[in-house]
Design a protein around this ligand. Structure first.
Ligand code: ASP
Length: 310
């Protein structure tokens, strides 16, 4: 069976003139490292589940991405993290939302799946479960970076100019991280991790930790991880909808992904998705100017890309 791995580091207004050469190089190096970590597991015969968790953890620790260290700030200046993981073989899933101290939200999502009877835990309860499971906790300051703080300040200034109207980071310049894989046994897995959107309030939770919205895997169809304006992805049920099109309508993974992203766009949302399928397909599509993304397959494909045209 051919293995395949696709990762993303967020979709948004990612254009050449907006990124410094250092940012461009840093993002590409991190994507390549995440691809190598996940690819090494798959090429050695390891599971899709281990591969997506390992790839996402590399990006969570890298400050270039809005997940783990480098996550977006909420309006009150705090950082709340969300993540999910799903195993396409058994359709087992785990997720956590509103985390403030767990270093690796995706690792906690996996513990929720494997060591609790639940699928989605949130807030202080999720944090206590993480401690019971022995997962590393960090001071919330560990997640904070000056660049994200600057983005929040810019957004708050814009909101003041608009007479205090609520504002979100509509540009979605840097996003969420995710990975999808198909292993040599033909099993699929998907994982997503995020700080959500800059300026979020009131315990807002996006699509990323919601199974069927931002994250989904089913060996009968595909594995999907999303990035973009989460409210729209939730309303469309993007990840499950892509799987349903493949399973029930016989769409190819590429056609299904494009059709569902067109629905998101029609409602006013933007973003991108990555998809793997049991035949080893490794595809992506996005409606934003760019998406941090990379893919590798057993057949020797290896690609790291940032902008619309590369
Ligand atoms: N989809 C994420 C959320 O809405 C944000 C992103 O992908 O950038 O929380």
């Amino acid at each position: 069976m051919p293995w395949s791995l696709v990762i993303h580091g967020g979709a948004g207004s990612i254009e050449r003139h907006r990124l410094t050469p250092e940012q461009d190089a840093g993002v590409r190096a991190a994507l390549a490292l995440a691809l190598d970590r996940g690819g090494a597991i798959l090429s050695a015969g390891g599971s899709a589940l281990d591969a997506v968790e390992a790839a996402v953890q590399v990006l969570e620790d890298d400050p270039h991405f809005n997940a783990g260290r480098g996550a977006a700030f909420g309006r009150d200046g705090t950082i709340e993290l969300d993540a999910a993981i799903m195993d396409g073989h058994h359709r087992a899933a785990g997720a956590a939302a509103g985390l403030t101290t767990t270093r690796s939200p995706v690792a906690l999502a996996r513990r929720v799946m494997e060591a609790s009877p639940h699928v989605l835990l949130s807030g202080t309860g999720a944090e206590s479960f993480a401690r019971e499971q022995g997962l590393e906790a960090v001071d919330p300051a560990w997640f904070a970076t000056p660049e994200r703080r600057r983005q929040l300040d810019e957004l708050l200034a814009r909101a003041r100019d608009a007479n205090g109207a609520d504002a979100f980071d509509v540009d979605m310049k840097y996003g969420t991280v995710g990975a999808v894989a198909c292993d040599a046994a033909g099993h699929l897995a998907a994982a997503t991790s995020t700080g959500g959107v800059t300026g979020k309030r009131w315990g807002r939770i996006g699509d990323s930790p919601l199974i069927g919205a931002g994250t989904f895997a089913d060996d009968r169809a595909c594995a999907v991880s999303c990035t973009g304006s989460g409210e729209f992805f939730i309303r469309v049920g993007v990840a499950h909808e892509i799987a349903a099109r493949i399973r029930l309508a016989g769409d190819s993974p590429q056609a299904a992904a494009e059709a569902v992203m067109a629905e998101v766009k029609a409602l006013g949302g933007t973003g991108g998705v990555i998809v793997t399928a049991p035949g080893g397909e490794a595809v992506w599509t996005f409606t934003t100017p760019g998406m941090y993304r990379a893919r590798a397959t057993a057949a020797g494909l290896r690609e790291v890309a940032v902008y619309g045209d590369e």
